[in-house]
Structures are given as structure tokens and as C-alpha cells.
Ligand binder design. Structure first.
Ligand code: CTP
Length: 405
């Protein structure tokens, strides 16, 4: 949906990247008004930004040639995105200073405000900036975290402006808080569980968590309040999602059983380890020239226990990782676990499923109906899955009570 976005650009070398951002946001149909700080004008190719947006770049609060009442810009826009946000600008926002046009507009607005910091690592990690970040987060300002990578100084580190794609996704999440899933609470489990053998060894599996994270992100983009319970992964939390970390299947069971009653929909995408060691060793086991026999015991089935807690109106989605997709066996699995939908993927197929970016899913319902999604990137697939849920689940009529994080 097209929105009016005020893009604040501050004095960082990353300001040139605003052009790519404008291009992406224009592709999404948004109307962009750039407001640059005085220092940003040293880095931003103003004329190109004006051509890309179709609007003059504003900078001066007291520009006599300007016919627009600047303060109106703050009231008329649907969202303010400051990208890149310099250390100085974060400090000014946190203190509530209004000594130029952009800082004045940030104070005068009531719409969602997002900041994408970009600076040297030492500056970003400085206690002053960390304090400012906390204050802004408490006020509901949404931070798009910087990335690790090469910095302007030539060093590598944390502080690189988030990618244009990540900024675009975060903006979409914030703007969709009034979307179709607004007020819906979704619980997603993702990633593997690790079962300790001793303090350094564990039993794990190849799950990357990508499918669960993609689902969490897609739900948040539709406006849902999302709780993501994640096993160990290397993924960044999707924007706008409440993240809880777990390690073992037992941790996951405790978190899911506790959180489930507070949620409307649950996607059980975690690859739960079916077995754990009967007695993990408290100290690292030394080599002694002998073989080592481990005794494993079965973990509880979390999905099945959630279906026992299910109340009318809740919707429970399970996954199935199978080496061959037999419709009857899948239907048996779905019914045995008491899920309302089972999403099965064939782990024997190269290039889909575990760890890969793509997947192909068979969607099964308790009445035996079945749908093949075709092979897609996991993010696309996540949206297709939500479309299927929308077809069969009756949305509660409850007012939206979420906040923009
Ligand atoms: N699951 C669970 N608790 C377990 C094992 C699996 O909640 N201890 C959930 C998974 O998150 C998934 C679904 O059950 O949503 C099916 O997982 P899958 O690994 O396909 O099936 P299993 O129950 O482990 O059975 P099997 O491996 O024997 O087919």
C-alpha cells in the first residue's frame, strides 16, 4: 500500500546509499520526501535525490524560498525513516533537541519513527550511544540494526548501514501495524534444539531456522504481534518480532507450553531433537582409548502437547520433515499430533528444506485435502502459507492492542 514517507538523511558517508533506498521505496509505491541535515548535504547527491523522488530536498528550517509550512510535513506523513542516522542525530533525538528541520519534524510527528544508524564501531558501542538507543527504544522508536562489515575508516566492524532491503522490510513491518493480521498474536518456534552430551558436545540437527524466521517476519509484516522462540541459529531476528532463545527441547517445551495460551496461531517450525542423553556429563569426557556408548531417551512431543492445550479459535500448524512424502502417513501424523494444518517438506530433495534458501511444501488439512506450493524462496513460501491459513481460519474480531517496537 502506498504511503507518504519522510526520509531523513543525516551526515554520514552512508548518505549516498539513500538513493538506492529511495529507488526501492518508490518501487513499493511510496511517496518520498527527503529532509537532509546540513552535514548530510555534503554527502547526498541532492539533484539526483530530487529527480528520484520528484520533490525538492528540504534542509533549512527557515528557508524563505520554500512555500511549504515545514511543520505540516510531520503531520502529513505516514512514517519517518532516518537512514542513515548519525551518532549526533541519535543523541539529539534522545535528548529531544530541535535545532534543525529534521530534528524538529521528528519531535513534531505522531507517526512511527524508524532509525537506521551508521557510524564507526567504537562510536556505536560507546556507552553514550547505547544509552540513547535504549531511551529511543522505550519511546517506541524502531531501530534497524547496523550490520558488520567494512566501515568508512577502512576497518571492519559493526556500524555499517543496514542493507536497503532490510530497511525496506522494517518499514513495511512498521507500516503494516494496521494490516489484516493486526491484533492477532502468533507464536512461532524455529531452528534446531541442542541436547548436551557434556559441556562441549551436543546432539543437534541441520535446521537453519530460515523457514520459521521467514514465517515470523511474514506474520509481523501483516500486522500480527509475533513471539519467536528460537533454537541456536546464526540469523538476525526479524524486525518487530519478540525473540526468545532456547537451547534444548525441554527449554522449548517449557517456553511453548507457557506462551501458547496467549496466542491465536502457532507455527511449530522448530526441528526438535527427538532424543536427549539420559544423563549428560557435567565435565568434558576425556579420550581413554575405549569406545563410548550413549543412552538416549525420547523427548516429549511438544506439538502433541500443545494440541492438548488448544482452545476453540486457536489454530495449530505443524511441520513434517520426511524422506518421502506419503499422503496417508502425513495425514496420520497430522491427526496423531492434533494439528489443524501440516506443512510437509521432502528432505531427500537437494536444494530445498534444511539450510537452503528455498523450499517446497505440501500443505495437508485434517479433512485430507492437500496442496502443493511449488518450489519458492522461503520468504515467498511464508506468504503463501499465511494465505492458506487465511482461507481456513476464522479471524477473531478483537481490537488492535499491539505497539510498534
Ligand atoms: N515436534 C515436536 N516435538 C518433538 C518432535 C517434533 O513438537 N519432540 C514437532 C515438529 O516441530 C514438527 C512436527 O512435530 O512441527 C513433526 O516433526 P517431525 O520431525 O516431522 O516428526 P516427528 O514427530 O519427530 O516424527 P518422525 O521423525 O518419527 O517422523
Amino acid at each position: 500500500m502506498s504511503k507518504r514517507i519522510l526520509l531523513g538523511v543525516t551526515g554520514s558517508i552512508a548518505a549516498y546509499k539513500s538513493l538506492e533506498l529511495i529507488r526501492l521505496l518508490r518501487q513499493d509505491g511510496h511517496d518520498i520526501q527527503v529532509v537532509a541535515t546540513k552535514n548530510a548535504l555534503r554527502f547526498l547527491p541532492t539533484l539526483t535525490a530530487e529527480v528520484f523522488t520528484g520533490h525538492p530536498v528540504y534542509s533549512d528550517l527557515f528557508d524563505p524560498s520554500c512555500s511549504v509550512r515545514h511543520i505540516d510535513l510531520a503531520q502529513e506523513c505516514d512514517g519517518i525513516l532516518v537512514a542513515p542516522a548519525s551518532a549526533n542525530f541519535l543523541a539529539k533525538m534522545s535528548l529531544g533537541l530541535a535545532d534543525d528541520l529534521l530534528s524538529t519534524l521528528c519531535l513534531a510527528s505522531t507517526c512511527p519513527v524508524l532509525v537506521a544508524p551508521a557510524m564507526e564501531e567504537h562510536m556505536y558501542l560507546h556507552p553514550a550511544i547505547q544509552e540513547h538507543r535504549k531511551i529511543l527504544a522505550v519511546r517506541g522508536v524502531y531501530e534497524i540494526l547496523p550490520e558488520n562489515g567494512p566501515l568508512a575508516s577502512g576497518k571492519e566492524g559493526l556500524g555499517r548501514l543496514a542493507s536497503a532491503e532490510a530497511i525496506r522490510n522494517a518499514l513495511a513491518t512498521c507500516l503494516s501495524r494496521t494490516g489484516r493480521w493486526a491484533g492477532i498474536r502468533v507464536l512461532v518456534s524455529a531452528g534446531p534444539t541442542f541436547e548436551p552430551i557434556d559441556p562441549v558436545r551436543f546432539i543437534g540437527n541441520r535446521s537453519s531456522g530460515k523457514m520459521g524466521y521467514a514465517l515470523a517476519e511474514a506474520c509481523a509484516q501483516r500486522g500480527a504481534h509475533v513471539t519467536l522462540v528460537s533454537g541456536p541459529t546464526s540469523l538476525h531476528p526479524p524486525p518487530g518480532v519478540e525473540l526468545k532463545h532456547i537451547v534444548t527441547a525441554e527449554d522449548l517445551a517449557i517456553s511453548m507450553n507457557r506462551a501458547f495460551p496467549e496466542h491465536d496461531i502457532c507455527f511449530m517450525a522448530a526441528a526438535v531433537s527427538d532424543y536427549r542423553l539420559d544423563r549428560p556429563h557435567s565435565k568434558k569426557r576425556k579420550k581413554d582409548g575405549n569406545s563410548w556408548t550413549l543412552t538416549l531417551e525420547e523427548n516429549a512431543d511438544i506439538l502433541a502437547s500443545l494440541s492438548g492445550l488448544k482452545t476453540p479459535g486457536q489454530f495449530l500448524v505443524g511441520f513434517a520433515a520426511e524422506s518421502d512424502l506419503d499422503h496417508k502417513k502425513l495425514l496420520d501424523k497430522l491427526r496423531k499430533k492434533g494439528a489443524d494444518m501440516l506443512l510437509a517438506n521432502d528432505i531427500s530433495q537437494p536444494g530445498i528444506g534444511f539450510s537452503s534458501d528455498e523450499n517446497e511444501i505440501t500443505v495437508i488439512r485434517p479433512d485430507g485435502s492437500c496442496l502443493l506450493t511449488g518450489k519458492h524462496p522461503k520468504k515467498v513460501l511464508a506468504d503463501k502459507i499465511l494465505d492458506e491459513v487465511e482461507k481456513v481460519w476464522r479471524f477473531p474480531s478483537r481490537p488492535f492492542s499491539g505497539t510498534v517496537r
